[in-house]
Design a protein around this ligand. Sequence first.
Ligand code: PLP
Length: 387
Amino acid sequence: MKINTACVHSGNNNDDFYGALHTPIYLTSNYRLPTDGTPVDWSGINSNIYARNRNVNQTALEEKLKALEEAEDCATFASGAAALHAVFATLLKKGDHVICSQVCYSSVNILFREVLPEQLGIEVSMIDTTDAKNVGKHIKSNTRMIHIETPGNPTTGISDISEIAKLASPGNILLSVDGTFASPLYQKPLALGADLVVHSMTKYINGHGDALGGCVLGNKKLIEKIKLTAMVNFGGILSPFNAYLINRGLVTLPLRMKQHSISAHKVAVHLSALPCIRFAYYPGLDSHPQHTVAAKQMVGYSGMISFALKGDEKTNYLFLNALSLISHAVSLGDGETLIVYNEVTSEKIKYYPQEFHNGFFRLSIGLEDPDDIIEDINMALTGAGLM
Ligand code: PLP
């Protein structure tokens, strides 16, 4: 099955009773247990006992995601953050060393900088992973995992998956890749040598801004371990309703990603040409610092742009307030174009490269007509006195 077909058909065949084409929502927390003495695997994940061990809608969604990532197995969770925590808390132990991209989603940043070292005794190196050689320099005898986010949130920095996988493989080191910005459509970390790929399904995978979810994919052994520990015992499972919504959202993933990319490219070209823009980074443009790596490992460039204005904090807020179609709101990958201002005083800004330190914007290009998005940006730049 080609990927567009898998988006439509995989995970739809669970209603043997009525024959519905789409998996119905199974809103049940528990299932009937055998009464004939057949042993029950209380903490197991291979039979329907309790919705924290396994639930029908979650299994249907996992089937679809497996097809998209060409993975042996998949585990889904209540959010992207829960999926990431499941990976780290299941596979790392006290005394292990882990390397993580210093540009990464804020809750991962806090997990790595505070929770893992202070509460779990895990040694952490937060480094620039856009330079694969730099990753090599930080590998130690107790390094057990490298976790990279590519493209990285919020700068769109690109890390070279296959080069980092080569560094990881001889040393029994797991490579985990957060591919949320690319979606399963535009980047295949497992095929490039990663052991695990993680997505916040809240973003492009669901695509409608109405459900949180997260997933992890990899080989059967790793995913089984993650399910048994994190799903059954930590309990951050995906609800049947959200699994249903995300499965439905995935049907249009290829169409949505195509439009996000076409529009983001057009907006990025427009921004780059404006004299009032300090930088505009989009992985699909030659001017992106890691465009060559992006071109090697991505099939499409998705809808995320980071940019900065020539102006001070006051100008940045004037611009933000003058936007009308584009909403100042967190998250990304929705139908609406969303912008987040990373202010100069933000705690996280020091972890990003120097040129981001004067304040910058992260723009998630939605599914509106790109000319309307450009017009809104132009109007706001005029309102801020920049055009
Ligand atoms: N990974 C990336 C790259 C993200 O951008 C986010 C959220 O923005 C997450 C993980 C966390 O996902 P969630 O908000 O679904 O917990």
